[in-house]
Design a protein around this ligand. Structure first.
Ligand code: NAD
Length: 490
């Protein structure tokens, strides 16, 4: 029986009154595993009102008590770790090992946010002027919300939610309508930790629910992760409505391979980056710029690695790459590969038309490597979000860096080299938010901001770490004088 997804509003599970529902399909088997309602503005309003009602008590709960709920949440997530990983694989398609990695990152953010008693401490200057003290308080904003993409159903809400709650805000999560099961389970687990009703709410839906959150006067801050077009629109609408917003968008991540790199290990690491999560990672390597003689050896190594990657159902432990999210996604990716070939690319490995025995209805594409991709062509500029890697050649490191900076996105760029000087030049000059040096997926750990720049990020403060603490608090500066002569004598 498919799970009928419900909303968690004010501590109660409510079946949505929405008339529209979407099927949730296992991408490996096309089996119906859930039905998600496209909740309406009325239901979003109910969740926001519940969160607003919970706010006054929650913000006055001492931070040392608030974080106790995070310790309990960590315990629940650890206890249900395998079940949660399986759920991500079922609804999103990635391998079990990748799903475990995703939950590990989610839990690291709970651990980081549990440091809120120290992270929230203000600043104090005694005698900043004669007899005057001045200090900064960090106070919560009120109701905050996040709007999530399909590719990390478990991890991405945790870039924001634990910090928001630890800071004293109340929260509404709107999961991706394509993968609502993981957050449904997390919401069930939050019930077990005794979080006061209304502190954490989940509303399922699509565009209407998002717009209702963006227009709701009681929502003070919005965190968004998804495609660039939506990120830009969400940022504009949130800002027009006077809200704080941090909106993470799409990506096209280039990797430079210099001839002085260890080519074998670079190819192995780039293979994991390009084809891990079937290329549906915002930090997936999607273009490799080889410099000079790196081209031949890297091309040969990546062709072999791509060719040998085991594709199949993510629940099978031997499998190294699962399906893409939907049949529409599969045909969009295959069409882009065809377009690249008409633009002059030469397929070293062509993964189109993949058939996995026993999983004929799954959305599988095998790893694809396109050599001699036209660096100025449409495919080199478009986010493919699938297991497709384009190879481009540059004469030197300057030309390669120039290529990176000509792209419109700025999520991640990496370099493989044994030269400290080249690596230093690269990290100084590339205009991206996350930089990898001999790393294929430069995913910041929880204490660091998950950065992003240019078309990959709209806003200033990012998710995770101290950035999240700043995003979810407003500062209040107090200037204080207590003249001795005003003090009543007892
Ligand atoms: P998407 O933009 O289609 O959807 C993201 C969210 O926005 C969903 O919750 C969806 O319901 C909502 N939405 C979709 N269209 C909307 C509209 N017109 N108005 C209002 N809300 C709308 O993204 P997706 O396909 O779920 O996720 C993949 C994208 O996310 C890729 O582009 C990927 O690069 C990006 N991503 C970025 C990061 C990052 O950190 N920069 C991380 C993960 C994913």
């Amino acid at each position: 029986m498919p799970t009928v997804i419900r909303n968690l509003i004010g501590g109660e599970w409510r079946e949505s009154a929405a008339t529209s529902r979407l099927p949730v399909l296992n991408p490996a088997t096309a089996e119906l595993i859930g039905e998600v309602p496209l909740s309406t503005a009325v239901e979003v309003n109910a969740a926001v009102q519940a969160a607003a009602a919970a706010f006054p008590d929650w913000r006055r709960t001492p931070v040392t008590e608030r974080v106790q709920f995070l310790f309990k949440l960590k315990d629940r997530l650890e206890t249900h770790f395998e079940e949660l990983a399986r759920l991500v694989t079922l609804e999103c398609g990635k391998t079990l090992a990748e799903s475990c990695g995703e939950w590990r990152r989610a839990i690291e953010n709970v651990e980081m946010a549990a440091g809120a008693p120290a992270l929230l401490q203000g600043e104090f200057s005694e005698d900043i002027a004669k007899g005057v003290d001045e200090f900064v308080l960090r106070q919560p904003l009120g109701v905050c919300a996040c709007i999530c993409p399909f590719n990390f159903p478990g991890m991405i809400p945790f870039w924001f939610m634990p910090y928001a709650i630890a800071c004293g805000n109340t929260y509404v999560v709107k999961p991706s309508e394509r993968v609502p099961l993981s957050m449904q389970r997390v919401a069930e687990l939050t019930e077990q930790i005794g979080l006061p009703k209304g502190v954490f709410n989940v509303v399922n839906g699509g565009r209407e629910a998002v717009e209702a959150l963006l227009d709701h006067p009681l929502v003070r801050a919005v965190s968004f992760v998804g495609s660039t077009a939506t990120a830009r629109a969400v940022y504009a609408r949130a800002a027009a409505n006077g809200k704080r917003a941090q909106c993470q968008g799409g990506a096209k991540n280039p990797v430079i391979v210099l001839p002085d790199a260890d080519i074998e290990s670079a190819a192995r690491i780039v293979t994991d980056s390009a084809f891990g999560c079937a290329g549906q990672r915002c930090l997936a390597a999607s273009l490799v710029v080889t410099v000079g003689e790196a081209r031949e050896s890297f091309g040969a190594a990546i062709r072999d690695a791509a060719h040998h990657r085991i594709v199949g159902n993510g629940l099978d432990e031997k499998v190294e790459m699962g399906p893409v999210i939907s049949p529409e996604s599969k045909s969009r990716i295959e069409n882009l590969v065809a377009k690249a070939i008409t633009e002059g690319a030469r397929p070293l490995v062509d993964g189109r038309g993949a058939k996995i025995p026993g999983f004929e209805r799954g959305n599988f594409i095998r790893p694809t490597v396109l050599d001699q991709l036209d660096g100025g062509g449409e495919v080199a500029r478009t986010e493919i979000f699938g297991p497709v890697l384009g190879l481009i050649q540059a004469r030197n490191v300057d030309e390669a860096i120039e290529f990176v900076n000509r792209g419109v996105y700025g999520n991640m760029a990496c370099i493989f080299t044994s030269s400290g000087a080249s690596a230093r030049k690269f990290r100084q000059e590339v205009e991206v938010g996350n930089v990898g040096v001999n790393i294929g997926v430069a995913a910041p750990m929880a204490p660091f901001p998950f950065s992003g720049a240019r078309e990959s990020f709209f806003g200033d403060l990012h998710g995770q770490g101290r950035h999240a603490i700043e995003f979810f608090t407003q500062t209040k500066v107090v200037v204080e004088r207590w003249p001795k002569e005003w003090t009543r004598k007892f």
